[in-house]
Design a binder for this molecule. Structure first.
Ligand code: ASP
Length: 328
């Protein structure tokens, strides 16, 4: 047989075999792993663990979470981009999907081209919080403290491209004050250091900060969304915009992804299970208690979520380029 013909036959056999497996997805003896590209115990991890639980029944599979943290989610995302495209390795990531392309000069994958988009999960506000020993008791006092302590302020983040990093950049630019960034592998370890007083400030998702604010473990000053929140523990927090930082708006979201080349029937099956999970009253209740809003609109469809991510890449790419922040 000629080489080209032989290759074509082998390729056709591989496609047929893969296609057959796709019909059987998920196999009874296999586990679906959701890779979280940040540290365990943080906000992305919280969403992933709640989602894994809600997905188990509609997907008919064991769903586990595995953390591959570091570099603002790019290490975990690279792991999934390189994984076998069979539906058993998925990625849950946040707005980092749309900030990484502009922030990293040598990203080892392409966000638009190396993933199958499975659908969006939720929208999550952020809060501006400080160490418990921070003397300021409201945003006005915090602003004054920031002006008095210029050059000495440590601001935590979860690495370049993380939501906390993005929010921190916006906050510094709105305040016109440079702060020292302190990167972590996720905001779970960052919040531990904030509580311990090793860093001064942190901008983090409500899925991580709500219980800390409720328990008075940290000081909270504002939410980053244009509107106040309705979650009981957060409803008294002003917005940064109403506190004087005009038009301040950082809203985070999470989406679910698979490696490029995952067979279409598998993508459809996971998307259908995701849509059931997004309507699960228990999942919705857990997310609402943490200030997150589960997606109910067309962004739960793969094509619409992809369109949305592209619009976020365009939006944040321009902001990041203007700020001139890059990593190799
Ligand atoms: N909240 C983190 C961030 O800043 C990510 C995490 O730890 O889940 O992006």
């Amino acid at each position: 047989m000629k080489t080209t013909l032989r290759l074509a036959v082998v390729a056709a056999a591989a496609v047929a075999a893969f296609g057959a497996h796709a019909q059987d997805f998920p196999a009874k003896d296999k586990t679906v792993t959701i890779v979280v590209p940040f540290a365990a115990g943080g906000p992305t991890d919280r969403v992933a663990r709640d989602l894994a639980e809600a997905l188990r029944k509609p997907l008919g599979a064991t769903v586990v979470v595995d953390n591959t943290a570091g570099a603002g989610s790019s290490i975990g995302a690279a792991r999934v981009a390189r994984a076998t495209p069979d539906g058993y390795t998925l990625l849950l990531n946040h707005i980092g999907m749309s900030t990484m392309p502009a922030l990293y000069r040598k990203l080892p994958f392409s966000v638009p081209n190396d993933f199958e988009y499975l659908g969006m999960v939720n929208d999550v506000p952020m809060t501006l919080i400080a160490r418990p020993t921070m003397p300021a008791n409201n945003f006005k006092e915090l602003s004054a403290w920031i002006q008095q302590n210029k050059g000495k302020i440590n601001l935590g983040n979860a690495g370049l491209g993380a939501a906390s990093h993005l929010c921190g950049l916006m906050f510094q630019s709105a305040m016109q004050v440079d702060m020292t960034p302190v990167p972590y592998k996720g905001t779970a370890p960052a919040i531990t250091d904030l509580i311990g007083g090793q860093i001064d400030l942190l901008c983090d998702q409500t899925t991580n900060t709500t219980s800390q604010i409720e328990g008075k473990k940290v000081k909270a000053y504002a939410v980053t969304t244009p509107k106040r929140l309705t979650t009981p523990a957060l409803k008294d927090l002003p917005t940064l915009a109403e506190s004087g930082l005009k038009d301040f708006n950082v809203s985070i979201w999470h989406g679910l992804y698979a490696p490029k080349g995952t067979p279409a029937p598998v993508v459809t099956k996971i998307n259908e299970a995701l849509k059931v999970a997004l309507k699960d009253p228990d999942f919705i209740k857990k997310q609402e208690a943490l200030g997150a809003v589960v997606v109910t609109d067309k962004r739960m469809e793969p094509a619409e979520h992809k369109k949305f991510v592209q619009s976020e890449i365009d939006k944040w790419g321009a902001v990041i380029k203007a700020a001139g922040t890059y990593a190799d």
